[in-house]
Design a protein around this ligand. Structure first.
Ligand SMILES: [Zn+2]
Ligand SMILES: [Zn+2]
Length: 212
């Protein structure tokens, strides 16, 4: 591998590590995340579910008048139990559909929240869905950008790829004072040279505060 390739790989891996660290801090809660799905879509899915139940029930109950058998045929002598079985099947099918619809809506909303192309990711997930199932979602969850987060110094919302806070010029990608490679704020020791970052940071901060 040439020196240039090596450097590209190194910087790519470094970036990946920082993105992972940033994402781990996001600490997403399921219901909080569910909340980004638009309310109207949830209502629409519930209405469609109830409509499907009603239609399935009515069609099934009117089957004998049309000369058909009640579904499932094993329960034709017990219409109440047959209706219950049918309702169960409709519920299971609706649940699968609902999960799919909500996941597509989630990708759409989450991508735009993270500054990614919402249309592109929604289309990708939709295209992969018939043949590849949920693989599109797996790709999305692996590839998605970290959420914007508050600047550690002033609290202003900053993008995950910003190098400096646009409000206070805080360095958002601090580097190790010894080897100058990029580190995460949460690192206690430099992952590359083992430098004790806590004492190095305190030593750098105290005189800075003294002159301010
Ligand atoms: Zn700031
Ligand atoms: Zn270092």
């Amino acid at each position: 591998m040439s020196d240039y390739q090596q450097r590209v790989t190194d910087s790519f891996n470094e970036r990946k590590r920082l993105i992972r660290l940033r994402r781990r801090k996001e600490n997403l809660r399921f219901w909080q995340e569910f909340g980004i799905i638009p309310r109207w879509l949830i209502i629409l899915v519930i209405v469609l579910f109830l409509a499907a139940q009603a239609i399935a029930f009515l069609v099934n109950m009117s089957a004998p008048q049309r000369g058909d058998q009640i579904f499932p045929p094993e329960l034709r002598d017990n219409p109440a139990l047959a209706s219950l079985a049918l309702a169960g099947i409709v519920t299971a099918a609706s649940l699968c559909m609902a999960v799919m619809i909500f996941m597509i809506a989630y990708v759409n909303r989450d991508a735009s929240r993270r500054g990614m192309s919402a249309a592109l990711w929604t289309i990708l997930v939709l295209i992969l869905l018939p043949a590849w199932g949920f693989i599109g979602f797996v790709i999305y969850f692996l590839m998605r950008e970290p959420l914007p987060y508050p600047c550690p110094q002033c609290g202003n919302t900053v993008g995950a790829r910003f190098n400096f806070c646009p409000n206070c010029k805080c360095n958002l990608h601090p580097s190790c004072p010894q080897c100058k490679r990029e580190i995460a704020e949460s690192d206690k020791f430099c992952p590359y040279c083992g430098n004790d970052l806590k004492s190095a940071l305190n030593a750098a901060e105290i005189p800075a505060q003294g002159t301010a």
